[in-house]
Design a binder for this molecule. Structure first.
Ligand code: F0G
Length: 361
């Protein structure tokens, strides 16, 4: 048989290839990619109607990245740079999504991956990912902030490459989501709503919007609106939280590494940061699934609840163009979904009549 030439793939090949000129890579950087990015921007007018708003809402559905969260954008850059430097082991602390992403990209780069997770506090789907991708998984009897402190200390030893967002190249990769939104909308939105945990993503989006604007690839800048969970709202409350708690386990963080970055994004963009309760998070989590068919993990419901509160308080002018990032997939956290939806199946005999009786037909 003839040996076929390697095809020139006519498809999206990840954020590094698409946005190389804006990223800290060169032609000697090995590109470790799973073709992340290019996620859909989905209009969500049923949700807007349900909360009584009169504006346009677009959801950046980051759940459709290869490991089902936005972390893949930063991880492709972090792992590619680690590989370029000849590192052999990558390490991170995580509430679940960073660890899933680091484990996947490390596997692809033939590198070892170590993940430190708050024991018993991460969603099952995320744990399954880290295990399947072959990461060494360590459960720390403590919270994310404590796990990150250990990772920072290990990073200083020089033996491992830290791929948390304290590594600035993670922020560089994540900013590509703002580029895509400008490319998809034709300009920046008026408002951008995000969940805030370790605060890397709001920092990254603001950097991305500013850079695109400076490069004259967009005409306007959005106002950045961040939302924390009420039991884990250090930036809103103005002090670290020793024992953060919330149903949105992804953002159960008491001392964010990019606190300063979040504060700058909000100050410079004439933005806003506030908190939402777990009840508000669960209500928005259910509402977006039921009105739009969009299943997200609970952390994504923080900005959705935030939008509802801002509409109630008259903070979103009629006709505005609003974007919100849906950072992770609902399937990552099936336990919270089943408990929020109320699982009460009606068990019937295997007959048509039995089903008709249940339906009242
Ligand atoms: N949404 C999801 C689904 C997340 O996993 C995270 C953070 C955030 C929002 C908050 O983003 O930290 O940049 O402010 N997850 C990290 C992790 C902490 O370990 O997966 P942030």
């Amino acid at each position: 048989m003839t040996v076929r030439a390697r095809p020139q793939l006519d498809c999206w090949q990840g954020v590094i290839r698409r946005y190389a000129e804006h990223l800290p890579v060169s032609n000697v950087t090995p590109i470790i990619t799973l073709n992340e990015g290019n996620t859909p921007l989905i209009p969500a007018q049923n949700f807007v109607e349900a909360i009584g708003g009169n504006f346009q809402l677009f959801l950046k559905y980051e759940a459709l990245n290869p490991t089902c969260s936005f972390k893949d954008r930063g991880m492709t850059v972090a792992v590619s740079k680690a590989r370029e430097r000849g590192a052999e082991i990558v390490i991170c602390a995580s509430t679940g999504n960073t660890s899933a992403s680091a484990a996947a990209y490390a596997a692809r780069a033939k590198m070892k991956c170590v993940v430190l997770l708050p024991h018993g506090k991460i969603a099952q789907g995320k744990l399954a990912q880290a295990l399947m991708y072959g990461a060494t998984t360590i459960a720390v009897k403590g919270n994310f902030d404590e796990a990150l402190r250990i990772v920072r200390e290990l990073g200083e030893s020089g033996k491992v490459e830290v791929v948390n967002s304290i590594n600035p190249v993670r922020i560089e990769g994540q900013k590509t989501a703002a580029f895509e939104i400008c490319d998809q909308l034709g300009d920046a939105p008026d408002f951008h709503f995000l969940p805030v945990g370790n605060a890397g993503n709001i920092t990254a989006y603001w950097k991305g919007y500013k850079e695109y604007h400076a490069a004259e690839k967009s005409d306007t800048l959005p106002r950045m609106f961040g939302f924390q969970a009420a039991g884990a709202a250090p930036i809103v409350d103005g002090h670290p939280v020793a024992n953060p708690h919330t149903v949105a386990s992804a953002i159960r963080i008491g001392n964010p590494a990019s606190w300063e970055g979040a504060r700058n994004a909000i100050a410079e963009s004439d933005g806003y940061i506030n908190k939402v309760t777990d009840e508000e998070i669960i209500a928005a989590y259910r509402l977006i699934a039921r009105t739009e068919g969009i299943f997200v993990e609970p952390a994504c419901a923080a900005p959705l609840a935030g939008i509802a509160n801002c509409v109630r308080d008259g903070m979103v002018p009629e006709g505005s163009l609003v974007a919100a990032t849906m950072t992770g997939h609902g399937l990552k956290d099936p336990e919270t979904a089943i408990s929020a939806a109320g699982f009460s199946p009606t068990v019937v005999e295997p007959t048509r009549e039995a089903v008709e009786r249940v339906l009242g037909l």
